[in-house]
Ligand binder design. Structure first.
Ligand code: PLP
Length: 450
């Protein structure tokens, strides 16, 4: 389904159908000439926004007309407008910040360690007030449906919910977000929550994947549109600005990219951004090697990758997932259905970049969190600490060289710093759902159901 307003897009479709022959002759694109979508599986090309290829399960990827990126004069991620699938330049000051590490790099014996900080740290110019890189996904995704008639539906274990709620409060776009009860403590905002935010809290025995199933059902209602998760190119290209900002700051692509993953969307996004940078020609020809990490004991992608498999086998790679997830320190990294096997997904990204995966224990994560906070001087979220621990492991195992250019994605942090500047407001759930199969009339309070 297209994300733009239903009424508008239907009219738009009829119009496009009529002028299709012209489009083909002149090579113009309905996405405003800015980009088209290419399926990573069958390589089919689409000129209209959509989440899925009708032929196979491959991810659709944006192919931008501008092959050489020219930065726009914008305060945040809007400077990467050329490679974002939106038409109006974003004016938010939210965006990734890349800086050269001095202290942690010295401790690890690395001479070219760069940190992408995605959180709140105004002294470094980092202004993500919901404190995670999920905000990089939320801004372009909401921008895309703004002005239409649809509400956005998504599932989240916390950080995504906060990011989309924040952007909803700023833009007035309605969002329906299904949150597992374990995610509720993370439901705060740096501003007063708005009427446009609708949180549905799930029962105690439900996890993130159950939230996804309920969100899918809600998205099928009239006037609702699925945000699309990893399949949403606005989301992936938004996250891809981490790699773009790093390459612009370093004047080259890094040799290595470190990130903790739950779904792996950020890893895929970093890979896709590097493919564009390679084609651009100004940032080098070598794709950065992906170093992706999961938090033990729940590490299905780590297990499948180590077994050399494209498929995740539930009984082998994540037996008793709910119990394993319960034992994780970085429990946000707990997607049971990640886009690992699909064409253009995590497995392909790892193969294409000669990548590696890491399984990091809770103990290693906590130690890395303390180490980072001590040397870099800012608080970070547990998932970001998983990535720090994977870098330490890579150094110890000589997977990186002291001169290599390394990008460490600190995917979230700075909440303690934020609390010094802002008072945080709790977002209350609008309704409760015992499980993912409850009747929708019980949880959605609006006219579309009538
Ligand atoms: C979502 C999230 C991740 C994992 O990102 P994916 O690439 O989508 O798996 C890592 N860290 C933080 C802080 C997150 O919120």
């Amino acid at each position: 389904m297209a994300y733009s307003g239903k009424k508008k897009s239907q009219k738009g479709k009829a119009y496009i159908r009529k002028i299709k022959p012209l489009i083909m002759i002149y090579g113009t694109r309905s996405s405003g000439g800015k980009y088209r979508l290419v399926c990573a599986g069958c390589t089919n090309i689409y000129n209209e926004d959509r989440l899925k290829c009708p032929n196979d399960s491959g991810l659709l990827r944006t192919d931008y007309t501008n092959k050489r990126i020219v930065l726009k004069d914008a305060p945040g991620m809007g400077k990467f407008h050329d490679w974002l699938p939106i038409h109006e330049i974003m004016t938010t000051d939210s965006g990734p910040v890349t800086y050269r590490s001095m202290e942690l790099s010295a401790e690890l014996g690395l001479n070219n360690l760069f940190i992408s900080f995605n959180g709140y740290w105004p002294e470094k110019g980092a202004n993500i007030k919901t404190c995670s890189f999920k905000e990089l996904e939320a801004f372009p995704t909401v921008q895309k449906i703004k002005g239409g008639y649809n509400s956005l539906v998504l599932a989240s274990a916390g950080n995504t919910a906060r990011a989309f709620s924040h952007v909803s409060a700023m833009t007035g776009v309605d969002v329906y977000i299904v949150v597992p009860s374990t995610g509720m403590p993370r439901m705060w905002l740096p501003e007063e929550p708005s009427e446009s935010i609708h949180i549905i809290q799930l029962g105690k025995n439900c996890d993130y994947t159950d939230s996804c199933h309920l969100a899918e059902r809600i998205a099928d209602l009239p006037g609702m549109v699925a945000e699309g998760g990893a399949r949403n190119v606005a989301r992936r290209d938004g996250m891809g600005t981490v790699m773009l900002d790093a390459a612009v700051t370093m004047k080259r692509m890094p040799d290595h990219y470190f990130q903790a993953i739950g779904s792996g969307t950020g890893g895929i996004a970093a890979w896709e951004a590097s493919l564009r940078l390679r084609e651009d020609g100004n940032f080098g020809n070598e794709l950065p090697q992906l170093h992706l990490s999961q938090n033990l004991p729940f590490a299905p992608m780590f297990n499948a990758w180590n077994a050399g498999r494209r498929e995740i086998i539930t009984d082998i790679d994540m037996p008793d997932p709910k119990k394993l997830i319960h034992e994780m320190y970085a429990d946000i990294l707990s997607n049971r259905e990640p886009p690992y096997s699909v064409p253009g997904g995590v497995y392909d990204a790892l193969i294409s970049t000669r990548g590696t995966m890491y399984g990091i224990s809770n103990g290693e994560t906590k130690k890395a969190q303390q180490l980072f906070e001590r040397y870099e001087g800012i608080d970070i979220f547990p998932p970001a600490a998983v990535a720090v621990a994977s870098l330490i492991e890579a150094v110890n195992d000589h997977k990186v060289d002291s001169e290599d250019h390394i990008l460490l994605n600190i995917t979230g942090g700075g909440v303690r710093r934020l609390e010094q500047d802002y008072s945080l407001h709790k977002i209350e759930p609008e309704s409760f759902a015992e499980n993912a199969n409850v009747p929708l009339e019980e949880i959605i309070k609006r006219k579309v159901l009538a």
